[in-house]
Design a protein around this ligand. Structure first.
Ligand code: FAD
Ligand code: SF4
Length: 563
């Protein structure tokens, strides 16, 4: 007799890992399907030197020197913006890149771990400025789940009382580095507060996980599980309960429904054999990442729902958002000639929360925060190209120039809110299929003046801070030509959200306030897809908090026999 699983979770990133752990802790059995292979801790490349990586991380044929790389080869990500046999297309006139990972834990194995709560006002943006949409929940609804996540995962930070950056339960942060102290002082002169960064890293032991040993390689995993990845922080412990079964290399193709419209099974491709298989389920949680989840729903067509599953509103795939990105760096003479010291830490230890949350005197809505780069980090491919371009000669002379300038650059990355618009969405490409015959996504993308004006403001602010600490501004990079507003490509910040949004009105939203489909009551979504807006805060903390809340709700509905 075929097993009917109580809950099938599709995708094991931030959302899927959280749902799996929370349900397992509540005594519920979970079948977790993951399109990539199982992760083992020895897959992590945290302590591998560049010279041990093929081509020193430049990628095959040295593409890191000659063309944009699709992944981060030295960073050892399990994925990139191009996956073999899994294309996507971009509509004419649009520019979009889609970074995907295929492994247990998804992109959380190597994400930046900037971990920020939304502000109270982020949940009702439309009421404040008339743009976009309000969320069906408030800060109060989500705050207990931010707190649960912070206690369990561990987030660095300091209590600051800044409205745009609500405080949480924090791990003690690491000390600021020399360049960060300069930035903090320069910001203070301009009336802007710069505070300890909020990173998903532990500096004291948590649940048997040892604290960070400051190797500075968080982007390449963490062998001691001192930072967060859903794989080693949530899924491995959940598997130990005996209530979690993982099917790796299982690429979900479609959700299958019965006459009553409930999901009864998930059809998937066993990537090891190429065979089409099915698992039966009582409930399903989609957590394949915002765009993959939309793709699965759109590909799950039946005579009862020809527009795709849970899509009576027609909103699935619509209102795709990314974060607005722009950057600027400067060489800072004050940092020249300093003794070189190990400034690795856990990435950046300082960040600048949005300071003008009343939006006084601005020609754009909402806001942005600033992430700060610099210090004596591990050199990577192209790290010294600026120095080489600035200095004549080679040999000892060039080596000396590199030593003199190493660590003297400070870089700012703005991360801002995009207003959802009708021109940014994903849909099924009618002509293109992946290697398993699954129709792929086609992306449409457009920034509006709201985002372009915000980037202009970012650039003015970066310039003001950098100049006030004596920085010599560096010319924009090739990816940000000086001839246009230096805004990131759609998708480039890898914060895509909003494609299966939640709301109170089933005519304009796909999910209710618990991320349960309006049309299909045993279907839930637990990744970035339910987002209604995309505030400047990096999305993963909110994905985790929402997924936690959804899992608890699902458990309760199962207990009551409602799903
Ligand atoms: C380099 C980098 C830096 C980042 N920095 C930050 C940061 O500092 N802060 C922040 O908040 N966010 C950051 N992000 C974004 C962050 O990684 C994502 O927000 C987060 O991982 C999303 O979680 P998710 O569960 O929605 O999806 P993912 O983490 O993408 O996981 C989805 C999983 O689903 C699987 N899957 C997909 N399709 C299927 C299918 N059909 N069947 C079965 N399984 C499937 C995938 O293989 C994957 O494992 C960064 C991302 C990258 C790549
Ligand atoms: S810096 Fe800390 S958290 Fe990051 S990989 Fe190294 S030990 Fe792990």
């Amino acid at each position: 007799m075929q097993t009917i699983h109580d809950v099938v979770v599709i995708g094991s990133g931030a959302g899927g890992g959280t749902v799996t752990k929370v349900l397992a802790d509540l005594g519920i059995s979970v079948l977790l399907m993951e399109a990539g292979p199982m992760l083992t801790m020895s897959d992590l490349k945290e302590h591998v030197w560049p010279y041990l990586v093929p081509h020193r991380g430049a990628g095959e044929k040295g593409q890191g020197y000659t063309a944009p790389r699709s992944g981060f080869t030295f960073s050892a990500t399990f994925g990139g913006s191009q996956l073999e046999g899994e294309p996507y297309t971009v509509a004419e006139g649009s520019d979009f890149s889609w970074f995907r990972s295929r492994i247990l834990g998804g992109r959380t194995n190597h994400y930046g771990r900037v971990t920020l709560r939304f502000a109270d006002y982020d949940f009702n943006p439309k009421s404040r400025d008339g743009l976009g949409f309000n969320w069906p929940i408030t800060y109060k609804d989500l705050s207990p789940y931010y707190e649960k996540a912070e206690r369990f995962i561990g987030i660095t930070g300091t209590v600051e009382g800044i409205r745009s950056a609500p405080d949480g339960i924090f791990q003690p942060p690491a000390a600021l580095k020399a360049h960060e102290i300069l930035v903090q002082r320069a910001c203070a002169k301009l009336g802007i507060r710069a505070v300890a960064s909020r990173q998903a890293v532990i500096t004291t032991p948590v649940n048997g996980r040892p604290p960070c040993h400051y190797c500075g390689q968080c982007g390449r995993g963490c062998m001691t599980a001192s930072n967060y990845a859903s794989s080693y922080v949530q899924i491995f412990p959940a598997m130990k309960t005996g209530r979690v079964q993982v099917i790796a290399n299982a690429m979900a193709r479609e959700l299958i429904t019965d006459e009553g419209g409930k999901v009864t099974a998930v059809g998937y491709v066993d990537k090891a054999t190429g065979e089409d298989k099915r698992v039966s389920c009582r409930t399903v949680v989609l957590a394949a990442s915002a765009c993959e989840s939309a793709r699965l729903l759109l590909n799950s067509k039946a005579p009862r729902h020809p527009q795709g599953l849970a899509n009576s509103s027609g909103v699935v795939g619509r209102y795709l958002m990314d974060t607005v990105g722009s950057s600027l760096s400067a060489r800072v003479p004050a940092l020249s000639g300093m003794p070189h010291y190990n400034s690795d830490g856990y990435g950046s230890h300082l960040y600048v929360p949005w300071w003008n949350w009343n939006n006084k005197g601005l020609n754009f809505p909402r806001g942005y925060h600033i992430e700060v780069g610099g210090g004596y980090g591990m050199p990577g491919i192209g790290s010294f190209s600026g120095i080489v371009n600035r200095h004549e000669g080679y040999g000892l002379k060039m080596k000396q120039a590199v030593r003199d300038e190493y660590g003297t650059t400070i870089g700012f990355s703005g991360r801002g809110e995009m207003i959802p618009n009708e021109h940014s969405f994903c849909e099924i490409d009618p002509d293109v299929k992946d290697r398993w015959g699954i129709p792929v996504l086609r992306f449409h993308w457009r920034w509006s003046d709201h985002e372009l004006n915000q980037v202009r403001h970012m650039q003015q602010t970066f310039r003001a801070i950098l100049e006030s600490l004596g920085g010599q501004i560096q010319t924009p990079t090739a990816s940000q030509p000086a001839t246009r507003v230096p805004i990131s490509r759609g998708g480039a910040i890898i914060h895509e959200v909003g494609t299966v949004r939640m709301g109170d009105d089933r005519r304009t939203s796909v999910l209710n306030k618990y991320c349960q489909a309006h049309d299909v009551k045993n279907l839930f979504v637990a990744d970035g897809a339910p987002f209604v807006s995309n505030p400047d805060k990096n999305p993963t903390h909110t994905i985790i908090a929402l997924a936690w809340r959804t899992a608890e709700y699902l458990a309760e509905e199962m207990r009551k026999g409602n799903v």
